[in-house]
Design a binder for this molecule. Structure first.
Ligand code: PLP
Length: 377
């Protein structure tokens, strides 16, 4: 018998402290008790997001709801948009903008690559009417980490007033994100990734420039302006996901007690160890600039990646496979959730065992040793 565990880049393993906090009786949200809790959680969340004292709005919904709410609150009708698209999530934001009738230039990069600042600059030069740029930071579908800071710098050179909206769903708390220092205008995330909660919360931060773009949000439920007015007072526009907010405080306490920079370093090291384990058993990295949130690896020549995913499943570990054209060739383990070094070693062990099941001649311990060398080095 195996203990079923989540080693996918979301949803992730939830710490027992968080589960325990969420098991508390639900309180009514129109009470002083909730208000006190919510104001405390807001403060801690802003700290985690490196925007202390600012409004990071907490929505009942997944990461996509946060992006959609932030997009609708800040992007004026009729704006022309540049969508940086190097995987499923970049593609999602292009679709979102088109759904609402915006004209989008879909700037595509091959999966596994990152957006080149020079290409982004060129696209802006060729399209003088573009006033909004959307990108992902950690493109979870390919395991690539875009250099958002460099992209923002390039965008500002050509279009100083452009809005830069960034999907930080798997980068938040996995790697450095500095919304203000980097000059970003929208940062969005969700609960079931680096925040180690079950799915169900979205987080949205907007810059003052973004808030100033228009006076209304053309959405009833995902109206970020209405939320902001309520949330600064410790209330929410509609019924909040009370028990998830209990859990959020527990996870924020864990992450902030460890120290956000220490969390970034730890997660980078864990992911590097998984990548090293992969390399030791013939699995090349899929992404040119790997994200610390997920280890996207090629299956060895002649092996179908879904069979590796099944090997993990057999051992009680849920990892992610590849999507679309990468399905047959790529798989994605991740230690983004509640994980320690020995969980990473388990991933390495399951990888080499799964490959041996599939007839690969791999010496026992080779992936494990490679992972341990990174973890202990
Ligand atoms: C998980 C994820 C999302 C959000 O997806 P939801 O299903 O709405 O939670 C968005 N972007 C990236 C990069 C993600 O990994």
């Amino acid at each position: 018998m195996y203990k079923p565990r989540l080693f996918a880049p979301g949803p992730v393993e939830v710490p027992p402290q968080v589960l325990e906090a969420m098991a508390r009786p639900t309180i009514h949200h129109r009470t002083p008790e909730f208000k006190e809790l919510f104001l405390r959680v807001r403060e801690k969340l802003a700290e985690l997001c490196c925007v202390p004292g600012e409004d990071v709005l907490i929505l009942a919904g997944s990461g996509t709801s946060a992006f959609e709410a932030g997009f609708l609150a800040s992007v004026p009708k009729g704006s022309k948009i540049l969508g940086i698209n190097a995987g499923k999530f970049g593609e999602r934001w292009v679709k979102l903008a088109r759904t609402f009738g915006y004209g989008v230039t879909d700037l595509q990069f091959d999966w596994g690559k990152v957006a080149e600042p020079a290409m982004v600059r060129q696209a802006l030069e060729q399209n003088p009417d573009i006033s909004v740029v959307m990108t992902t930071h950690s493109e979870t579908s390919t395991g690539a980490l875009h250099d958002v800071q460099a992209l923002a710098r390039a965008i500002r050179e050509v279009r100083p007033e452009a809005l830069i909206l960034v999907d930080c769903v798997t980068s938040l708390s996995a790697t450095e994100v500095r919304p203000k220092e980097w000059g970003l205008d929208g940062v969005f995330s969700g609960s079931q990734k680096g925040l180690m909660l079950p799915p169900g919360l979205g987080f949205a931060w907007l810059s003052e420039r973004a808030w100033a773009q228009q006076d209304l949000s053309p959405s009833f439920y995902l109206d970020l302006r209405k939320e902001r007015k309520s949330q600064v007072k410790g209330e929410t526009a509609y019924t909040p996901a009370v028990n998830l907010i209990y859990g959020l405080e527990a996870s924020l306490d864990m992450l902030l007690n460890e120290g956000i920079e220490q969390v970034w370093q730890r997660r980078a090291k864990f992911n590097e160890a998984i990548m090293a384990a992969g390399k030791a058993v013939g699995c090349k990295p899929y992404a040119k600039r790997p994200s610390p949130a997920v280890a996207a690896l090629y299956a060895p020549e002649g092996i179908a990646a879904p069979d590796i995913v099944k090997g993990f499943t057999k051992r009680g570990m849920r990892i992610a496979g590849g999507q679309d054209h990468a399905k047959a060739v790529m798989f994605r383990p991740s230690a983004l959730g509640y994980a320690d070094a020995f969980d990473v070693i388990s991933i390495a062990a399951a990888l080499e065992a799964s490959l041996r099941d599939l007839g690969q001649a791999i010496a026992q311990g080779s992936a494990v040793v490679a992972a341990m060398q990174v973890l202990e080095g």
